[in-house]
Design a protein around this ligand. Sequence first.
Ligand code: UDX
Ligand code: ADP
Length: 458
Amino acid sequence: MIKKITCIGAGYVGGPTMSVIAQKNPHVEVTVVDLNQQRIAAWNDENLENLPVYEPGLDAVVAEARGRNLFFSTDVDKAIDEADMIFISVNTPTKTFGKGKGQAADLKFIELCARQIAAVAKSDKIVVEKSTLPVRTAEALKSILDHTGNGVNFHILSNPEFLAEGTAVTDLHNPDRVLIGGEDAEAIEALVQVYEAWVPRERILTTSLWSSELSKLVANAFLAQRVSSINAISELCEVTGANVDEVAHAIGKDSRIGSKFLKASVGFGGSCFQKDILNLVYIARSYHLNEVADYWEQVILLNDHQKTRFAERIIKTMYNTVNGKQIAFLGWAFKKNTNDTRESAAIYVADHLLDEEANIIVYDPKVSVEQIYRDLDYLGTRSSEENRRLVKVVNTAEEAVNCAHAVAVLTEWDEFKQYDWAKIRENMKRPAFLFDGRKLLDGAELQKIGFSYYAIGE
Ligand code: UDX
Ligand code: ADP
């Protein structure tokens, strides 16, 4: 029976997951640690609006468990020492240098964690990999931990994360399945018991370590592939006059295809899809499975094409020049109901338009000003002064659209549907262009109001 759980990494995965584990297992003490003091301070903030991760319903879960059996701390060593079970939930960015650059996952944070666990642990531990990882990371973890020679036994489990941002709390409360991969039956059972506190047993799947690790990559690759498939069709719809939503609806009625993940968009983003497919491609290539690698790589190439295509559509429609024109971006997050911007299509569309010297004014209900500049600066396309000269970030949609030549919808936030679009148009330059990268708004209605409306896949 597990009494104390520690989670290393208080990010988008570790924070919400541990909050729910603590909520549902009041007798287990759960401590989430992070090197980032600011982040831990935010998790401990009295004001629940200041939690570092925005997820609907998360504040209530944290309010229930925090201080009771859920703790956030920067004392990593102490938390490792005391735990029976340690989740590793640190970030695994795509490598930006050396072998596998731009494709393989950089495992340095994982390795650092393993070394720290090895250095500190005095009693047997179950170590659970929770970060998104390429297959066979468990092997590396095991090797580092087993070579410490201090007589401590480590059992490695893989427990991939399937929660989607924006719905993390409901996904955690009611998962389609929980996957646990491992070799040691007792260790597996210990983790099964943690989840059994609220997940029906038949939804808890146990597999080998490798199957579990690979399943995570494959699940995300399949989901992303559906988005790229419908996005490919969106381009065909645009040139042939079909409506991609109608096509998606019609094919989605086939129970073998299903209706989910068929919404055409300006391109998928998020921390997982691209990274996981790149990993899959990297693994396939490393085994010389070139056709397999090419097949999955195409999902990413199509996604890149979709973002570029949207930006070029804006430029072309606005008489082939956006130089000095004001373009209002509604949304910056990679999807609605999150403040996460990792790999968001908005970043790349903005970058493309900035190359053409457009002036962009961004409004997103949840993303901070600093984050938006950080995203643009990270690309390294132009100086940070230049990004600040060309891009303004505002606190309301009215400020963004006032006097704009065009509005571009980049994230499907619900509030955008509620706006008084007639009033917005009155304050815009003419012709008032509206580019809907999410096919979110009522196009027919907007055209009636007088907008020049363009949507993906129409
Ligand atoms: C994904 C997986 O869904 C989740 O199981 C895994 O644990 C992490 O990666 P997430 O990245 O949070 O979750 O969001 P998801 O809802 O999958 O959306 C990813 C991207 O695809 C978003 O940019 C979204 O806007 C886009 N998308 C999704 C579409 O463009 N169309 C769709 O039909 C669905
Ligand atoms: P994810 O989406 O995978 O949760 P995040 O970047 O949101 O990724 O969170 C990962 C967290 O892990 C960050 O807050 C980072 O500071 C933390 N982290 C990385 N390495 C370590 C480490 N060795 N010890 C403690 N925390 C770490």
